[in-house]
Design a protein around this ligand. Structure first.
Ligand code: COA
Length: 367
């Protein structure tokens, strides 16, 4: 029997959180196309409760999340030390999430408090790295507006909030992707929220998953800085056996539905911020990739440019992905702990058999 590579196509459990069936991404049954302008808080509520909140519930939920956008003093102290280190921000985040799980607050930490702290911690990592003071959330603003303010230090315009809201909604969940599945495996052992989230951050960091957005922008910068022809650059990379980051997907073989929405945002914000040349490059690479490989851009291709237009440095891009995906990770941890059982698959052993320790030792000792 041939085993599916990397569990491709294997259904390992059931979920009510989200689906990519027929290459259509839905959250609790709602197509992502219809949710793209829904407030992020509403989408988080939907993922956690598999139903939409009513107006009062949404108001209360937003208030609750924003009221928790603060970090314990001891976490900030420790973060101030580690976030200045030249390590990758995803490594800093991995340690920070683990740290959050060791404070005196941990007993009271439920999903809303944890999500609020994750967003605040990610923004704080960016501020500390840039030698900027940490900002404090404004209680009358929404979660997205606050999040942008916390990492940038400036109150965003309504248009910026709306664009970033869509980015956050589109990244909020994606059924059993690698980091979510990792979180579910840890949750299946009845471990705690922060252990699950730390493991999820580790999985997201890799360039085949969330780390792709950073690599996409690195490619665009290299092409621009060296003045290379983008088509020749990509052609050379493919011929020498490299993958082009931001293309291809395990589930979507005819195009990632999120990428189509993000492309329009990238086009708009690039124009508004004087970054058109990057978008033009992306279009040239996209056309060439389709012609040459029939691969389509995925979610990370356009967010790379969008984050750049929000003045984020490329090393922090994957922490943005983590900020958005924490909502989905928590939804799956909740579901796994409520309904799932221990995840412990089997393997097919293909190594040597019928070996005998003493006989082999004896043979090895003979000159
Ligand atoms: N650039 C060039 N070739 C690619 C490619 C890419 N981005 N993605 C896939 N391919 C090629 C593979 O080399 C492989 O070719 P082969 O059959 O000749 O060996 C074929 O397409 C199938 O790819 P494979 O990696 O087996 O598919 P998968 O379903 O396991 O992979 C990804 C999905 C996402 C891991 C893969 O497309 C990839 O590595 N993309 C780049 C990283 C990325 O953008 N990740 C973010 C995902 S949201």
């Amino acid at each position: 029997m041939e085993l599916p590579k990397g569990l491709a196509g294997v259904v390992v459990d059931q979920t009510k959180v989200s689906s990519t069936k027929n290459a259509i991404l839905t959250y609790a049954g709602y197509p992502i196309k219809e949710l793209k302008n829904a407030p992020f808080e509403e989408v988080v509520f939907l993922l956690w409760h598999t139903r939409l909140p009513n107006a009062d519930e949404l108001k209360d939920f937003r208030k609750l999340l924003v009221s928790q956008m603060a970090l314990p003093y001891e976490t900030v102290q420790l973060m101030a030390r580690i976030a200045r280190e030249p390590q990758h921000p995803m490594s800093i985040l991995r340690t920070t999430v683990s740290l959050l799980g060791t404070t005196n607050d941990v007993e009271r930490d439920d999903p809303p408090r944890i999500l609020a702290k994750m967003l605040t911690a990610i923004a704080a990592i960016i501020r500390i790295r840039n030698d900027k003071p940490i900002k404090h959330a404004r209680k009358n603003w929404g979660v997205v507006e606050n999040f942008i303010y916390l990492f940038s230090g400036k109150r965003p315009t309504a248009e910026q909030v709306s664009m970033f809201n869509t980015v956050m909604v589109l990244h909020a969940d994606h059924e059993f992707n690698a980091s979510t599945f990792t979180a579910r495996v840890v949750a299946s052992t009845k471990s705690d929220y922060y252990s699950c989230l730390t493991a999820a951050v580790c999985a997201l960091k890799g360039p085949l998953h969330g780390g792709a957005n950073e690599q996409v922008f690195k490619m665009l910068e290299t092409i621009r800085e060296t003045g290379q022809d983008p088509v020749q650059y990509v052609e050379r990379r493919i011929t020498s056996g490299h993958k082009i980051m931001g293309f291809g997907h395990r589930v979507y073989k005819d195009g990632d539905p999120r990428a189509a929405i993000l492309r329009e945002i990238a086009r708009k914000i690039a124009h508004e911020t004087g970054n058109d040349p990057y978008f033009v490059l992306q279009e040239q690479i996209r056309d060439y990739m389709f012609e040459k490989t029939h691969l389509h851009p995925n979610v990370d291709y356009y967010t790379a440019l969008i984050y750049h237009c929000f003045n984020l440095d490329r090393q922090t891009f994957t922490t943005m992905f983590a900020a958005c995906r924490t909502a989905g990770w928590l939804a799956h941890i909740i579901e796994q702990q409520a309904e799932g059982c221990l995840i412990r698959p089997s393997s097919e052993y293909v190594g040597k058999t019928n070996r005998h320790y003493l006989a082999d030792k004896e043979e090895n000792s003979i000159d």
